[in-house]
Design a protein around this ligand. Sequence first.
Ligand SMILES: Nc1ncnc2c1ncn2[C@@H]1O[C@H](COP(=O)(O)OP(=O)(O)OP(=O)(O)O)[C@@H](O)[C@H]1O
Ligand SMILES: [Mg+2]
Length: 241
Amino acid sequence: MSIPVGSVAVPERVRALAHRAALEPVWLNEGGGVTFRTGDGRYIKYGPLTLESSFAGEALRLEWAGAHIRVPHVLEVGADSSHEWLVTRALGGESAVAPRWLAEPATAVRAVGEGLRALHDALPVADCPFEWTVASRIANAARRGIRVPDSLREPPPIDELVVCHADACCPNTLIGDDGYWSAHVDLGALGVGDRWADIAVASMSTEWNYGPGWEDALIAAYGLEPDRPRLTYYRELWNAT
Ligand SMILES: Nc1ncnc2c1ncn2[C@@H]1O[C@H](COP(=O)(O)OP(=O)(O)OP(=O)(O)O)[C@@H](O)[C@H]1O
Ligand SMILES: [Mg+2]
């Protein structure tokens, strides 16, 4: 998962979705997916179909969450026999791993932690039609042929149910020029779960992006003391699924 450095081949479908607009690759994911920014203010996410989640599901979640918090507005979503695409309107702000924020990790980490808290505070659990519980995650993994170790089958008691982002890694928070979070992206798995499921991944991901020593700063920005057993459990579950 990274900001591309070299040139990226533009798939035919993406070329067609862009109409005449210029295309700039902005993100490559682990699964061979690529995101382009268009010269006319859109983002085109394009990638191979997966069993894990779908852009149709992401579009539903963006539309649901968009009533409560700033997330990309869906313009188009579609798929063919091998690939899918999601076109959204460009939001202001830059990813928390843009070069300027990598150079200012204290600001970025605080923004991601505060942004995650704001997302959890804003999204109404009772109205949320999507699930990201441990049981649903283990079942989803099984559909993909992944068997979660027995030691992870029994989660810790729920601390607080929230609507989780479900991929709360730092690159999925956008930060404004003022250094505060401005929006959330990449909500393809959003659903109800324990808040520590998100906090564990968001804090763990600081090490990948900013190096060691930022995990607890993110949790402090969220507004909690680290809960070590839940952090350990949800990080292991993330790595296992
Ligand atoms: N509507 C938008 N407005 C602004 N930036 C966007 C928008 N959509 C996507 N981005 C940018 O493109 C990047 C890639 O989008 P996204 O995270 O949805 O793709 P992904 O391939 O699922 O990512 P991951 O590697 O985390 O799975 C984001 O981190 C963000 O910087
Ligand atoms: Mg992402």
